[in-house]
Design a protein around this ligand. Structure first.
Ligand code: DGY
Length: 321
């Protein structure tokens, strides 16, 4: 008998077909986001789950499903999963690192350029039929070339973002849990390690790529925003909760910083509606990894992990082994 698995959200049909060769698959192609209770019920009898960042997998789902062996997240981040509870229960958790680094770095730049050069703001204005004449001071923004880029969280995505700054002749400063090797710093456009405060003070543009954990909740709050230059740009492609969104709204409203490019929000898909009234905020719905090729690679990677664990092989991307 094939082991039973749950594919918790809609996913590429060919990935479901591949999983079906190994497992009895309950899929959710109607794409309902299960409540925590419903997820615990859906998991009954399942040995594995193909999950996304929308599924909260904590002690409720774990304790009520002692048969569960594998939680394979289609995301590099895994803050939706209680890793300690999973580990205690002997459940293998996996993620999808690396396959999304370059696509996510591209998108960080899209947000940075849109925010600093007021692309979406001026486009909205044009679409509203407000363009009557050229003016010397229309939509003046901040330059990227020759400026200082600050990267908070210099993992593989942060490094990919920093590498791209070479073409803009930028200086890169970064802050991270630990300093990178000289070789990695050199490859990341000769990035210089600085303290967190210095990063916020010196950078013309700050990009956040730190993974979320409760210790890093609101690591960017009122105090950090107050250190930033009045013209500075903040880009968050990490996770909601890294930034205190209320404090950010105030800073943007009072023009204490220049602009923000945000792909993630606290409590998403809900977000503070005040963001919508801010012309200096570029807002996108958590799509930094959303290229056709990369989302396919992520789905394949999560499937590879699930197949490996439930067929007794070593998972390629363990989080808690
Ligand atoms: C991730 O992988 O963690 C992203 O946030 C979603 O692609």
């Amino acid at each position: 008998m094939k082991p039973k698995i749950l594919v918790a959200r809609a996913i590429f049909p060919d990935v479901i077909a591949r999983l079906s060769q190994y497992f009895e698959v309950e899929s959710n192609q109607e794409d309902k986001v299960f409540s925590e209770d419903e997820l615990a019920i859906r998991l009954q009898g399942k040995q594995g789950i193909f999950a996304t960042l929308s599924e909260r997998i904590g002690s409720k789902q774990i304790q009520s499903n002692p048969q569960l062996k594998a939680v394979c997240n289609m995301a590099v981040g895994y803050n939706n999963i209680d890793i300690e509870a999973a580990t205690r229960a002997g459940i293998a958790v996996t993620n999808t690192p690396d396959v999304l680094n370059e696509t996510t770095a591209d998108f960080a730049w899209a947000l940075l350029m849109s925010a600093a050069r007021r692309v979406t703001e001026s486009e909205r204005w044009l679409r509203e039929g407000k363009w009557e004449k050229w003016r010397y001071d229309s939509f003046l923004g901040m330059d990227l070339h020759g400026s200082t880029l600050g990267v908070l969280g210099m993992g593989r995505i942060g490094q990919a973002i920093a590498r791209r700054s070479m073409g803009f002749n930028m200086r890169v400063i970064y802050h991270n849990r630990s300093r990178l090797s000289q070789n990695l710093e050199d490859n990341a456009n000769h990035a210089q390690y600085v303290g967190k405060e210095e990063l916020f003070k010196q950078a013309d543009h700050v990009v956040l790529t730190v993974p979320y954990s409760s210790q890093l909740h609101h690591i960017v709050g009122r105090a950090e925003l107050a250190l930033m230059k009045k013209t500075a740009t903040l880009v968050n492609i990490a996770r909601g909760g890294i930034v205190d969104d209320q404090a950010l709204i105030q800073a943007l409203k009072e023009r204490r910083i220049g602009a923000a490019g945000l792909d993630v929000f606290e409590n998403e898909p809900a977000f503070y509606p005040e963001f919508l009234d801010l012309p200096n905020a570029v807002l996108t719905p958590h799509i930094a990894s959303a290229s056709e090729r990369t989302r396919r690679a992520m789905a394949d990677c999560a499937a590879d992990n699930l197949i490996a664990i439930l067929t007794g092989q070593t998972a390629p991307n363990p989080v808690n082994s």
